[in-house]
Structure formats: C-alpha cells, structure tokens
Write a protein that binds this ligand. Structure first.
Ligand SMILES: Cc1cc2nc3c(=O)[nH]c(=O)nc-3n(C[C@H](O)[C@H](O)[C@H](O)COP(=O)(O)OP(=O)(O)OC[C@H]3O[C@@H](n4cnc5c(N)ncnc54)[C@H](O)[C@@H]3O)c2cc1C
Length: 458
C-alpha cells in the first residue's frame, strides 16, 4: 500500500498542488451518507477532463486505486474508500449547464447537482424527469453512475433513459467523447450505457447530455389511507389511465407514523392513524374530477379515508413524511437497508410473506417500508435491539431476497451494488452474466484501479 507521501507525489506529476488534498483536508470533508467514504488519506480535485485524464493516466501507471465521488449520497457503499486509495472529487469539474429549450436537452458537467439542473430546466418550462429526495447533493455524475431512479421513474424511466451522450475518462486516461444530443443514434456498441450504472468501476464521467421533459403545470397532493398494496395499485391504475398521475408513493404504517412523529407532523396522519399503508398521489387533475375518481374506492374499501392538501404548505408536509426517511432510519438500532423491485402484481403477497418471515426470526424486528409504487421499487429498512450475528444477517438478506428473482424482480433496484449488495447480487446473478461483466471490466480497466471491489469483488 502506498503511503500518503507517495500518493501525493504521484498526483503532483499530473496536477498542481491546488488539486491535491492531504489527509487533514480529506478528514475535513463531509463523508455524506456513509462514514466509509472518506477513509482514504488523499484526494484530488480536478477542474476539467484533461486533468481527470492526466490523473488517471498516472494512477494507472502506478497501480493506484481511484474512487470517484459525486455528492456522496449513495446508499450502497459504492463511494467507500480505503487507505492507499485516492478519492477523485468531481465537484469542481467545469462546464456548468447549457440548456437548449427547443431540442429539450441539457449539456452538463457531471459536477452539477440534480437540484441545480431541475431549477435550470424549470426556467425553460422543462423538467429533468428524475426526482429523488437527495436532489440537493446528488450529482449528475453520481446519478449516471448509479443509474438513479426515484419517484418519476415510472413515467420517464431511470437515468439510463435520460442519457443521450457522455464524455468519460477511462482507466488509462483515454477520453471517450460522445456528446450526442439526439435520441436516435446507433453507432456501434453503446458505451454511455455501459458506464451508466457502473458505479465508477469503468470510467470517470465528466460531461453528459441529458434529455429533458415538459414540466408539469400545477398539481395537487392527496394522501389516502389504504388497506394494502393491492388496493393502492388499483387506485394508482385508475388515476394513471387519465394521464394525470404525476407521482405515486406508498408508505407502510410503521414508516409513515414514525416519520410523522419524529418530525412533529402526526397531525397529518390524524385522519386515519391505523391504516396498513398510506398512498401519496400527486396529480395534474383538478380537485373535482380527482375526487370523483376516488369515490368508488371509498365504496369498495380500497380507500379507508383520504385528505387533499389545501395549500402548498400542506402538500409540503405530506411530502416531508414521504421524503424524510432519515428521520425514521436514525431511530433504528442495528439497521439493515434493502432496495428491491417486485413486479406490481406480487407486491402485496411479497410484503405479507416478508412480514410473516420477520415475525419468525429472533428478536423483535422493526420494519420501515416504502415504495415507488409505479415501478414496484420497495425500500426496506429494518432494525432490532440486538446486533445481528453474521449468520442472522445472512438469513435476513436471504429472507428479503426470497423469490424475488423467480417472480421477475431485482435484488438491487436503484441504489446499485457498491459494497453492501455484493453478496445479494452474486447470490442471485447467473454465472455467465458475471463472466461477461468481468470480461468488460478487464477490457476497460485491466489494472483494476477504478473503484476496486465494487460491483465485482477483486
Ligand atoms: C435521502 C436520500 C434519498 C434517495 N433517494 C433515491 C431515489 O429515490 N432514487 C435513487 O436512485 N437513489 C436515491 N438515493 C441514492 C443516491 O442519491 C443516488 O444513488 C445518487 O445517484 C448518488 O449520486 P451522488 O452524486 O451522491 O454519488 P456518490 O454517492 O458520490 O457516488 C455513487 C457512485 O457513483 C460513482 N460516481 C460518482 N460520480 C461519478 C462520476 N462523475 N464518474 C464515475 N463515477 C461516479 C461513485 O464512485 C459511486 O460508485 C437517495 C439517497 C438519499 C440520501
């Protein structure tokens, strides 16, 4: 393992002193959502693609591992770094945001945050088409590298579907430049899609062309108390058929009531405190036709009760409960996080089966569950008083994964593999898929310097 002094020396062959951060400066960085992010002693902060290229070229020559960081909001340990590695900070990459409202594309530096691009797009009546609660910090580079999904993915797809072009630097310093800004382009293998979701293991993304959507006009927020996912899905489908469904999020009771209590918003759920789950519907329909749509569901029992936000602040309160997952997470002892996708028809059966399984496991397990309902992406946070032994943790993971692949779901939905989902991914992936992935990694990063140990174990 190279010492701090050696790493700094290697970096100074590529960039000037201002672009090199020593251990005291790295220690002062905010580690973001994962304390493992800033365990490396040395970081570098390039300003442009040429500097990224020079850094990777020299690191490749010396076999120094490089872990790229965006906004450090990743939830799978994909940006975790270790002593002997160099962190590549992308926050100073120049290029900003260049929007063409007629083409509805944005050419951006990957340092740009989701929120910055959302706000810039809104000035032209456009929208990014992706919306996550991490919007203030998550960068376009991180979102491409994790193929971010979020709440609008059921309408506009994940980052992969927004990506028209990419500029990236490979491990040897060579630059792939494909800033294509048209949706129809078939020019050989699609390298941008290879890097999308690669979690920094195949290259460092420096610029991108992103497809934008027309922004939605005014919308309304309704919170519905429902007896389960199957009922919520029937409500969702009906609103979806009108073309007026913008967002549709489901929160199971334990999650919603915990966040509401912790954030002082219990009044929001006072209309029906003991529902199995709560559905948040954001719709572009006017109040009257929307309420008319809900009417039959009150009669058949799919909806127990509902409230419609009467102001922006009431809407914000409902969304705070959905988005402030940290408020619930921080209360969990010995937390375990899961991010899976379940085909919609199986959602209720899967959740009931899982809850039953958890009841049979040792210790009382708290389960906080919420779903991006439109695409069946479920986030599960679990905790219990006693620490998990290795065997218990594995049994928990296997309980969560049980049947997911067979029913056509995915054991990692939108947070990626990183370090934390390695076991789940490798337990469930086919051998030939893994061989093909290893071949791609070996071809693009033969010395294995890019984010080693993530996605594929070293
Ligand atoms: C409150 C909260 C809510 C969230 N909600 C969602 C959600 O709804 N949907 C969703 O998909 N995710 C969600 N996330 C997870 C996270 O925000 C996304 O994974 C996001 O895309 C990560 O972006 P980042 O810039 O923070 O990347 P980081 O965390 O810094 O890095 C993530 C990965 O990308 C790599 N990387 C970063 N930048 C580059 C680059 N320029 N080139 C190459 N590799 C790079 C890193 O090496 C690492 O492997 C949420 C997170 C939080 C904290």
């Amino acid at each position: 393992m190279s010492s701090e002094h050696e790493l700094v020396d290697i970096l100074l062959r590529a960039v000037n002193d201002k672009a090199v951060l020593r251990s005291n400066q790295v220690a002062a960085l905010d580690p973001g959502w994962d304390v493992r992010n800033t365990q490396a002693a040395v970081a570098t902060r390039p300003r442009n693609t040429e500097e990224v290229s020079a850094i990777l070229k020299t690191c490749n020559q010396h076999g120094i591992p490089v872990v790229t960081h965006g906004g450090r909001t990743g939830l799978a340990g994909a940006a975790a770094s270790a002593p002997g590695q160099i962190i590549m900070l992308t926050d100073r990459l120049e290029g900003g945001i260049d929007i063409d409202p007629m083409e509805r594309v944005a050419v951006v530096s990957t340092a740009v945050t989701q929120q910055q691009l959302q706000e810039a797009a809104a000035e032209h009546g456009l929208s990014l088409g992706i919306n996550t609660a991490s919007r203030g910090s998550a960068t376009i580079g991180g979102m491409i590298s994790t193929n971010a999904g979020g709440m609008e993915a059921f309408r506009h797809g994940m980052m992969r579907q927004r990506l028209l072009g990419i500029e990236a630097v490979l491990a040897d310093g060579s630059v792939i430049s494909d800033l294509t800004r048209v949706p129809k382009a078939n020019e050989g293998y699609d390298l941008k899609q290879l890097l999308c979701g690669a979690e920094g293991t195949l290259g460092v993304v420096t610029r991108a062309v992103i497809k934008l959507e027309t922004a939605e006009p005014e919308s309304s927020t309704t919170l519905l108390a429902v007896p389960g996912a199957a009922s919520a899905l029937r409500v969702m489908r009906t609103v979806q058929q009108t073309g007026g469904l913008l967002l549709c999020e489901l929160m199971w009771n334990d999650y919603a009531t915990t966040v509401a209590k912790t954030t002082g918003l219990s009044n929001v759920l006072a209309f029906c405190e003991d529902a199995t789950a709560y559905l948040v519907v954001e719709s572009s329909l006017a109040e009257e036709p929307l309420l008319k749509l809900f009417e039959p569901f009150f009669e058949n029992g799919d909806v127990i009760d509902a409230v419609m936000a009467k102001s922006k602040s009431e809407s914000a309160e409902i969304w705070r409960i959905r988005e402030d997952s940290q408020a619930a997470y921080q209360l969990l002892k010995n937390p375990a996080l899961f991010d899976i996708s379940i085909p919609l028809r199986q959602l209720d059966t899967y959740m009931q089966g899982l809850q039953e399984h958890l009841r049979k496991m040792p210790g009382e397990i708290t389960l906080h569950a919420l779903a991006h309902l439109g695409d069946g992406n479920v986030h599960l946070s679990m905790g219990r008083e006693a620490p998990w032994s290795e065997n218990e943790k594995e049994a928990l993971c296997i309980a969560v994964e049980q049947g997911v692949k067979d029913m056509g779901g995915a054991v990692s939905a939108e947070h990626g593999i990183g370090l934390d989902k390695l076991d789940a991914f490798h337990r469930n992936a086919s051998t030939s898929n893994l061989i093909a992935m290893r071949a791609i990694k070996a071809a693009l990063d033969p010395t294995g310097i890019l984010n080693p140990g993530k996605v594929l174990p070293v």
